[in-house]
Design a protein around this ligand. Sequence first.
Ligand code: ADP
Length: 464
Amino acid sequence: MKILFASSEVFPHAKSGGLADVASALPHAIKEFEDISRVMPLYGFMSKKGLKKVKNLEIKISHIKYDVVVYTKLQKKVLTYFIEAPLLSSTQNMYADEKGDYANNDLRFSIFCNAIVVLSLELGVDIIHLNDWHTALTALYIKDAKLDIKTVFTIHNLAYQGIFDFESLQRVGIDSKYFSMDKLEFYGRVNFLKAGVFYSDAVTTVSSNYAKEILTKEFGCGLDGFLKVHKAKLSGILNGIDTDIFNPKTDKTLVYRFDKNSLKDKYKNKVEFIKQSTLKDPRKPLFVMITRLVEQKGIDLVLSSLKKLLQNKLNFFMLGEGGENISIHLEKLSKKYDNFEFFNGYNESLSHMAYASADFLLMPSRFEPCGLNQLIAMRYGTIPVVHSVGGLKESVFEDILACGIGIVFEKFTQKEFLSAIDRALKLKKDTKKLDEIKQLNMECDFSFEKSALKYIEIYYKILK
Ligand code: ADP
């Protein structure tokens, strides 16, 4: 079986969030069992150093020809194909600049999808594994051309659907016969994600719980009815993490590397982290939050609770990117409180140091398809404090001494959130129990192996 894994972002080349981590780690795990390669765009900000130019492809969309250049790079036994094409590759960001989303994202990602189809035919792949709306049109193009290739479509976050004006259909070369409510139409506009769901042979999302939640009005983002129609081919598979990249024993970005038997060295990182921040006193419990600054992540709950939260004897460090208004507000608060520091931006090495130094990770998400932060945190002996939703409900447990121990609150209210913080502070005082939990979490297997096998099972099922 030959598989091509397609994603708009792959760590370390381009990353805006968890999708890039998954697109990096999952193919490596699948490669242990099956023949898989990967394809992603070559964006304008990416370096071509180390890439090998391997072929030219020609694609046509609405009678316009686009010349595509394909590069490759081998990483940990997985070959990645990079697609360089007009419009797709000319931007300095993936999806948007300071003015907002690129106006031609429909065409940019349609070019990517067309290139995936042509490349797949040349490579003779049996399965294309598509991820999120940027790759979704591939499924439609495959079915439209009656090609003998099966597709799996994974929804990493239903909140992002790729919605464009009606005119987009013509721009991306899709016949208007597909513009109906049961297919691509969405309140008079065109919805790319719907193409992925409708035309793929299997649809997955990143936790079993989220697979159930998206069938409800509350979490369905307007697509719950549509998804219910396709329920039979929908399943949930929990994400893992790359346990080589996220490994406190070998992580070069840490000042002190450690494992479950050397938690003193975790504390030394904390001392160093506090020294380099505006915070004081490493003996105080350190809470961190590492996040995109969007409503999904519960930023509003944190902001409305912040004053009360900071009245406790604790330090709170937040690393966040996005939303100019929120970041300006957080910067002001950071100056006001001496036990709160906000670092504005995306910073990979700082995030590792924060995971390693913290006692607790805050993840009060309104909704969370899977969430990777809580898994990374536990791998670094940091205890997650989470809202019981989506994948968090499936990976963090408060009541049992098993894998994935943390503090869990049920209702998305200030009262429950602050009460969870209180429980965390109480736990911090019980050093023996705290260390025991840290060690148990650090022993857990958060790798992608189990999930990789579940994806492979789906690939074989749809090939039958
Ligand atoms: P999402 O994809 O919704 O943003 P996930 O929990 O699936 O959330 O994945 C988030 C990933 O992005 C994790 O690897 C996390 O460490 C990383 N991350 C998020 N925000 C930042 C940031 N500001 N700086 C560095 N890494 C970040």
